[in-house]
Design a protein around this ligand. Structure first.
Ligand SMILES: Cc1cc2nc3c(=O)[nH]c(=O)nc-3n(C[C@H](O)[C@H](O)[C@H](O)COP(=O)(O)OP(=O)(O)OC[C@H]3O[C@@H](n4cnc5c(N)ncnc54)[C@H](O)[C@@H]3O)c2cc1C
Length: 418
């Protein structure tokens, strides 16, 4: 174990510098506690815009920000760049790849990971979109497919190179399909002079009969119509059974030749949760009580994508507002425990749903308010810019979006790895 000076102040260890972890540390800023924030990356990642990196709209540093910079002025936060492999709840010790650290209070905000639902061939050959590296890999790959297709004489192979499949009709799948369409039909079309763009195929595949399942029917229909208008082939009630890197098989026997399958069909709790002595529920999330504590360990809180927290009949969804509201509630309850006050139950305030389908096209649903088209797209853009963590990121993203909007451009078309 590393040398730990005996802490006079309560020591709060937070695992994960994502939406939940950063917010918890910030919410405890003015409290007399020592905070250690641990993450395997040295940056906070704004995952909702990963698809924009994958489709050459934004650069990695537009949506990621160094954790140390976030806490430059918050002296009670220490950052550790380390991967946590286990926690001993009995001795209150967190094990990392760089050593061990003890805690008085632990907040696990380790997020989620891609869920391939046991389809090993997809995990091996498809593209996940959960990390910066994966998004850059998709961008490199898509751009490379165009370079290869531009000089491919075999028509079948060329069509397979130009077939881009996205699996999963949730917000990530819909937004990725819309953005890919714009990259191809607004930008690539101007530069690949000898290419027949009728050979390009963008497919969005969904196993159920709905895209954006949590949206009202009217907005779901608009989403499908908009995607079709943007040359996206929408295939619903279609189940993928296998993908070998060149051929994607569907239930029923259809085979689609393609070199690109982006898997946006599922998320589960981070595999750190599997190593902990906790009860797990659907998507392997850790079961927590109404205060977000482990039922048998009141000093351990699990929040965000990693936590299975029931609200009424259903577990809360894996979205950023849940993680952030849970972070605020957890910081409050840690303060309450320290001050000997009663704990407050966590109640989630629904923030609504939104998804963009590209230029001037989005759907927004908040309570009774529903809108689509340009106005929804403006709301979506405003909310996402506002949610970025730093002023520089907000300013840069705003300028890039404006530029792309005005000149129909995608500036980040750089293949960074061969
Ligand atoms: C492509 C994509 C698009 C999305 N779009 C939206 C959207 O439009 N709106 C929305 O509300 N939500 C969206 N989400 C979901 C949203 O990003 C998550 O719900 C949110 O990030 C959860 O916050 P969290 O704090 O639980 O975890 P995260 O933000 O994922 O943070 C977890 C952190 O833990 C770290 N970590 C994990 N394991 C370890 C370990 N063993 N040791 C050390 N550190 C570790 C990770 O590096 C990460 O920094 C999207 C997600 C993805 C992937």
């Amino acid at each position: 174990m590393q040398n730990e000076t005996v802490a006079k102040k309560p020591h709060v260890v937070i695992v994960g510098a994502g939406f939940g972890g950063i917010r918890t540390a910030r919410a405890l800023a003015k409290n007399d506690v020592k905070i250690t924030l641990i993450d395997k990356y040295n940056y906070h990642l704004f995952q909702p815009l990963l698809y924009q990196v994958a489709t050459a709209g934004l650069s990695v540093d537009d949506i990621a920000y160094p954790v140390r910079a976030i806490f430059r002025d918050q002296k009670n936060v220490d950052f550790r760049l380390a991967e946590v492999s286990n926690v001993d709840f009995e001795t209150k010790v967190v094990t990392m790849n760089t050593g061990q650290i003890s805690y008085d209070y632990l907040v696990v905000a380790a997020g989620g990971m891609t869920n391939y639902f046991g389809m090993a061939s997809m995990e091996k050959n498809g593209f996940g979109m959960k990390t910066l590296d994966e998004s850059v890999e998709i961008r490199n790959h898509v751009l490379r497919m165009f370079e290869l297709a531009a000089h491919e004489r075999d028509a079948d192979k060329r069509r397979a190179l130009l077939t881009f499949v996205i699996v999963g009709g949730g917000p990530t799948g819909v937004e990725s399909a819309g953005a890919l369409s714009e990259l191809i039909y607004h930008v690539m079309v101007k530069e690949y002079h000898n290419m027949n763009f009728k050979e390009v195929r963008i497919m969005l595949v969904e196993a159920s009969d709905k895209l954006l399942a949590t949206m009202p029917e009217e907005l779901r229909d608009i989403t499908v119509e908009t995607l079709i208008r943007k040359h996206v082939e929408v295939r619903m009630c279609v189940q993928v059974t296998e993908y070998d890197g060149q051929r994607m098989s569907l239930k029923g026997g259809e085979v689609i030749p393609t070199y690109t399958v982006i898997w946006a069909a599922g998320v589960k709790a981070n595999n750190l949760i599997d190593t902990l002595d906790v009860e797990q529920a659907s998507m392997r999330r850790a079961v927590v009580n109404e205060y977000l504590q482990l039922p048998t360990r009141p000093e351990v809180f699990i929040i965000g994508d990693a936590a299975h927290c029931m609200q009424g009949e259903r577990p809360l969804p894996m979205v950023a507002p849940v993680a952030m509201q849970q972070a605020d509630a957890t910081a409050k309850n840690i303060r309450n425990i320290i001050r000997g006050k009663e704990l407050k139950k966590f109640v989630y305030k629904e923030m609504g749903n939104m998804a963009t389908i590209g230029r001037n096209a989005a759907v927004v649903h908040m309570g009774k308010f529903k809108t689509h088209g340009f106005f929804a797209w403006a709301i979506w853009s405003f909310v996402h810019i506002l949610r970025l963590i730093d002023f520089r990121n907000r300013a840069v993203v705003f300028v890039k979006w404006m530029w792309d909007y005005l000149v129909y451009e995608r500036v980040v078309r750089i293949i960074t790895r061969q």
